[in-house]
Design a protein around this ligand. Structure first.
Ligand code: FES
Length: 116
């Protein structure tokens, strides 16, 4: 009962398989669910051995955060105005901008669970 309550508070967990193949300093786009029915696009990266996830929609003006190598080995980038975001916090690095929405990620062996 209590675990159901905590599960509700932290969001619904979505299992993503094979994330052990995501190299250090790389980011991949994941489509979770149908975009026409409330699905999301999330960018998952590995930084310093840990997995981090942010919403792909940029908080600046709605651009789409890139996949691929993290800029300077540690930042997501939105190509529309080249703003950089810290994967750990979602905070914008060089310009005052709202933080990107982050999601809790739990590694589970070769897979992970993202709480959306
Ligand atoms: S819309 Fe992403 S940096 Fe401007």
């Amino acid at each position: 009962m209590l675990s159901k309550l905590f599960g509700f508070l932290r969001g619904k967990g979505v299992l993503v398989q094979g994330v052990d193949k995501l190299p250090e300093g790389q980011a991949r786009i994941l489509s979770l669910g149908d975009p026409l029915a409330g699905g999301k696009q999330i960018v998952l990266c590995r930084l310093e051995g840990k997995l981090y996830a942010v919403d792909r929609i940029c908080p600046h003006e709605g651009g789409r955060i890139n996949e691929g190598p993290l800029v300077d080995g540690k930042y997501y980038v939105c190509p529309l105005h080249s703003y950089k975001f810290d994967p750990k916090t979602g905070e914008s690095i060089d310009i005052g901008c709202k933080a990107a929405k982050t999601y809790k990620v739990e590694a589970k062996g070769k897979d992970c669970e993202i709480f959306v």
